[in-house]
Write a protein that binds this ligand. Structure first.
Ligand code: 8ID
Ligand code: ZN
Length: 349
């Protein structure tokens, strides 16, 4: 009943394009499951992978995708805790060694042997994908596979990033790139946690979208004459937000954030613009006690917690669904920064 051939989007060389074609269905190893992927979200990371943007070697040819939601159709002989028929999510962290010091302390994204879906191993832009059983996200059967797909990277990542910021309910976070896929999720997670948000992005379409998702203020980087002053002015005491969550695929926000967060504020870097550097003045960083840090996806517990927020109906970030065959058109829109929220692909068409 499992076919030998399937439809997939394959990147054959750095720079793309993604080619919709039939390829062989993979076989799960002893500790792996084969997942019939029904829906997959499209993350900006998938575009970075295709373009070969990052100083981390990417598999070629590559099937991208790391927000895959589907049903387990077969499993290796060592897999005991995932059953055939279970609903699961394939996330960025496809597998890790489970025995290094990071894996043992639930910091598995930092494992040196980590395998990455749609980057070092083939991902979810195919009808059947292989993943390590230990790492697949567990989804209850009443969750929509279509709607949960963007939670599997965007949701987990921003949930973790907000926790890493140390911000408490009632405080303020500025979100650079708030109109994009991760940004929309960040607005919803902040809202669910009782955190006020200042959305930073460009254009009126994103202004309206972020207001609907609960942003208290919007600063338009296209038109703002003094972005640092505008962000500070958006907090009631004008001291600036308690943290910045940086999701934009551009360097500028990484230079601005340490200036607009309030003393003791945190700058959490999540977006990965190609070749970008972060810099901040040493004097102000010291005397204002600013914290600058990175945050990278989430561990298995963060994954289940982020999904639990979604399952409780607290996370309603917009998405548009198209056929897997149309993936390249999403990349074209993404390159020009035109996407509000997330695209999800349906692998049946
Ligand atoms: O674990 C991680 N750290 C992780 C996980 C997942 C994704 C990191 N990422 C990275 C992706 O690789 C990508 O670099 O986060 C970044 C954002 O991913 P995304 O949300 O999937 O991208 P998007 O939907 O294209 O949204 C980007 C937004 O940034 C805005 C754009 O208008 C868009 O809405 N933006 C840009 I480009 N420049 C901006 C600026 N100067 C800006 N917003 C504010 N100020
Ligand atoms: Zn992603």
């Amino acid at each position: 009943e499992i076919p030998t051939e399937q439809w997939a989007q394959v990147v054959e060389q750095i720079g793309g394009p993604a080619v919709y074609k039939k390829i062989a269905v993979g076989k799960p190893g002893p500790d792996e499951v084969l997942v019939n992927v029904k829906y997959s979200g499209v993350c900006h990371t998938d575009l970075h992978a295709m373009m070969g943007d990052w100083p981390l070697p990417v598999k070629m040819p590559l099937v991208g995708g790391h927000e895959g939601a589907g049903i387990v159709v077969s499993r290796g002989e060592l897999v005991k805790d995932v059953q055939i028929g279970d609903h699961v999510g394939i996330k960025w962290l496809n597998g890790s060694c489970l025995s290094c010091s990071y894996c043992m302390t639930a910091d598995e994204p930092l494992c040196a042997e980590a395998q990455l879906s749609g980057y070092t191993v083939d991902g979810s832009f195919q009808q059947y994908a292989v993943a390590k059983a230990a790492h697949v996200a567990r989804l209850s059967k009443d969750i929509s596979l279509e709607a949960v797909a963007p939670v599997l990277c965007a949701g987990i990542t921003v949930y973790k990033g907000i926790k890493e910021s140390g911000v408490r309910p009632g405080q303020w976070i500025a979100i650079a790139g708030a109109g994009g896929g991760l940004g929309n999720m960040a607005l919803q997670y902040c809202k669910a946690m009782g955190i006020h948000t200042i959305a930073i992005d460009g254009g009126d379409e994103k202004r309206e979208a972020t207001a609907k998702l609960g942003a208290s203020a919007y600063v338009d980087f296209f038109t703002s004459k003094d972005l640092v002053a505008d962000v500070k002015a958006a907090t009631p005491d004008r001291l600036g937000p308690h943290a910045a969550i940086l999701l934009a695929v551009s360097e500028k926000p990484f230079q601005q954030a340490s200036e607009y967060v309030r003393p003791r504020g945190a700058v959490v870097c999540i977006g990965l613009p190609a070749g970008a550097r972060i810099s901040a003045p040493v004097f102000e960083t010291v005397v204002r006690m600013i914290q600058i840090k990175g945050s990278y996806v989430g561990n298995r517990q963060d994954t289940q917690e982020a999904i639990d927020f979604f399952a409780r109906g607290l996370i309603k970030a917009p998405y548009k669904t198209i056929g897997l065959s149309e993936l390249q058109s999403v990349y074209d829109l993404m390159k020009s920064g035109k996407i509000v929220g997330r695209y999800v692909v349906d692998t049946s068409r």
